[in-house]
Design a protein around this ligand. Sequence first.
Ligand code: SF4
Length: 190
Amino acid sequence: MNTKSKGLVGGLFFLTLAYFALGFVSILTANLALLCMTIPFILLAKARKKTWCQHYCPRASLIDKVGRKHDWRKNPTFITNGKLRSFMLWYFGLNLLFITGSTIQVALGRMPAMPYLRLFIAIPLFPLPQVVTLEAAPFLMHLSYRFYSMMLSTTIIAVVLSRIYRPRLWCAVCPVGNLSDRMLKFTSTK
Ligand code: SF4
């Protein structure tokens, strides 16, 4: 990564903070999470390399900042043996499945919306205070809280790992990075 790219990534952490702050303005902005889940793969398909990870990832920028310290610890076994990486991939897949399935059910009127945060899929919290209360279909509100909850849960894990071990340890288990690696491997064998 050249100096210019490092500088660009270095300043992008504010996008992560802005994402969480915007949730207090209107939770509907949480749907911007879709961009973080699609742009990496669009760039990957275009350039056949992990352009997002190398130049644009706001989360990487954040954990670079908060994990900055000198007494890095050795990578823990759950990282080196790949168990957490597999777990996170399953967690991400299940989460997306729950989000899609429950949003469809809410849209069809078969279940109530979830108008509050829920950490790590299972821990219900509270609704976010809203600066602007916009009228929205219940399924959209549900989807927004689901995305916000998923982004918050994974950011908490990323930040905790960066503080305990080293800044970019999250990248070793990140589902987006992991899926990108798999797609690159798959296309290189074609
Ligand atoms: S592996 Fe994940 S967190 Fe790390 S740079 Fe790539 S997308 Fe961002």
